[in-house]
Ligand binder design. Structure first.
Ligand code: PMP
Length: 453
């Protein structure tokens, strides 16, 4: 009989159908509201990623607080997706909500800094290290601007990224390995440029391939996450980050570390926890407690090279920055989040909860003898429907089981637990309670019991 990641296909189909139906029939109000109002949107959703949830139709959220989210049909759900990291510190953390209330009557955007901006900059340096900071609105933009500077100061054309990476919808990074060659990622909409002219793609954990790419002299920067998080999580092998640092220095390329997800690692992100020393640092999503904000910074040495570049360049638009970035609301939230929410105490709670979650899930997997594994990076936990550890993006792509994941996610949701779509990611926030974690483990066990026994 044919098995999919250890599961009988007929059992999976039964579960998937029943759970989809259960989700739909339990939500008459949501269905009625969507029927009435969603046609004004392209494909019925305000942003097309919202079609990628596995449920038959999206939930309409009425409110979220801490690690709980409620929908229009009155379901209260434990939220382990947390906006795919945007709300990793919980929904509407009290200090951030207070900062929003305070700023709300004082203007929302004026293209001038505030005293909060100065305080936030000092906090950024305290948390993440000595960088010269700039503020953007999305991590996509922060990476885009960091890459501009890297190309400007090195005079080189290409970015080196890892196969299976994700750094936002920054065009330059939308490449993959096809038959060992860098090529445009399949599925890109309206992309008419051959991105291999501006990017080189190699496998994560492959220092020999990194060095070969650097030897061409074309690489302005290596842009990487400390851990690959966007397919199935892939951890760096021992010595990989040291190797990246040594090789980029040796060959005159900058090292840009994108901490947008690995900020889950602990205070100051993976960079602080594991003593990395990037030339440029990027983090977005949850950095201002859920208010759209991203930050990027460069070492003083890079800033000096950039200053020299700027002096020599002709007057005219830099091609960087966006009008609404670095607005006073962002700074109010950034300051509140860095000072009062993103604290060592908060991380200690997140770490402990995530350890409880990963241990619990691992035990369930062992109990059912599922050929699966669990990975944890600080507050971030993922179960992967394949044996591990995974070494690179190619292995991570093969490890995905979209059919199983879709059924499982819907079944978890019907048992009151929301986990991230696209991958099997769960975040433990400072507001997440032990009993929420235990409910998730029990729901996972319940579902695996049906699938494996
Ligand atoms: N960097 C990483 C590592 C990410 O995971 C993401 C988003 N998933 C981004 C950058 C882009 O963030 P945004 O979509 O907020 O621009």
């Amino acid at each position: 009989r044919s098995l999919l990641a250890g599961i009988r296909r007929d059992r999976l189909a039964t579960l998937a159908q029943r759970e989809a139906k259960r989700f739909a029939t339990a939500r008459p109000q949501t269905q009625a509201a969507l029927q009435k109002g969603s046609a004004h949107f392209l494909d019925g959703v305000p942003m097309h990623w919202m079609k990628d949830w596995p449920m038959p139709f999206p939930m309409l959220v009425t409110k979220a607080k801490g690690a709980r989210i409620e929908d229009l049909d009155g379901f209260g759900i434990d939220d382990f997706c947390l906006g795919d990291t945007g709300s990793m510190f919980g929904h509407s953390p009290a200090p951030v909500a207070k900062a929003i209330r305070k700023q709300a009557g004082r203007g929302l955007t004026y293209m001038l800094p505030t005293e909060d901006a100065l305080a936030a900059a000092a906090l950024l340096t305290e948390r993440f290290g000595a960088f010269k900071w700039q503020i953007a609105t999305t991590a996509t933009d922060a990476n885009r601007f960091a890459l501009r500077v890297a190309r400007a100061v090195t005079g080189r054309p290409k970015v080196l990224v890892f196969n299976g990476c994700y750094h936002g919808t920054l065009d330059d990074t939308m490449v993959e390995l096809q038959g060992g060659k860098t090529a445009n990622r399949q599925g890109l909409v309206g992309q008419i440029t051959d991105l291999s002219h501006t990017a080189t793609c190699v496998e994560f954990n492959d220092l020999a391939a990194v060095e070969a790419a650097l030897l061409t002299g074309e690489i302005a920067a290596v842009l990487t996450e400390p851990v690959m998080t966007n397919s199935c999580m892939v951890l760096p092998e021992a010595g990989f980050h040291d190797g990246l640092r040594t090789l980029t220095r040796r060959h005159g390329a900058l090292l840009i570390i994108d901490e947008t997800h690995t900020i889950s690692s602990g205070l100051g992100g993976y960079t602080s926890v594991h003593s990395l020393s990037p030339d440029m640092f990027v983090v977005g999503k949850c950095v201002a407690g859920g208010l759209p904000t991203a930050v990027w910074g460069m070492r003083a040495e890079v800033a000096a090279r950039f200053a020299a570049y700027n002096e020599a360049r002709p007057a005219g638009h830099s091609g960087m920055g966006t009008t609404l970035s670095a607005n006073p609301l962002q700074f109010a939230c950034l300051k509140a989040n860095l000072a009062e929410v993103m604290t060592a105490k908060a991380y200690a709670h997140m770490e402990k909860g995530a350890e409880r979650l990963s241990t619990g899930l691992r035990k369930v997997i062992e109990k059912h003898r599922a050929p699966w594994h669990v990975v944890r990076v600080g507050a971030r936990v993922e179960f992967i429907c394949a044996p591990g550890p995974l070494k690179n993006g190619t292995e991570a792509a093969t490890a995905h089981q979209p059919e199983i994941e879709a059924a499982l996610h819907t079944a978890l949701l019907n048992r009151g637990c929301l986990i991230a779509p696209f991958h099997n990611m769960m975040l433990v926030s400072p507001a997440t309670k032990k009993r929420q974690i235990d409910r998730l483990i029990a729901a996972f066990d319940d579902i695996l019991t049906e699938l494996f026994q």
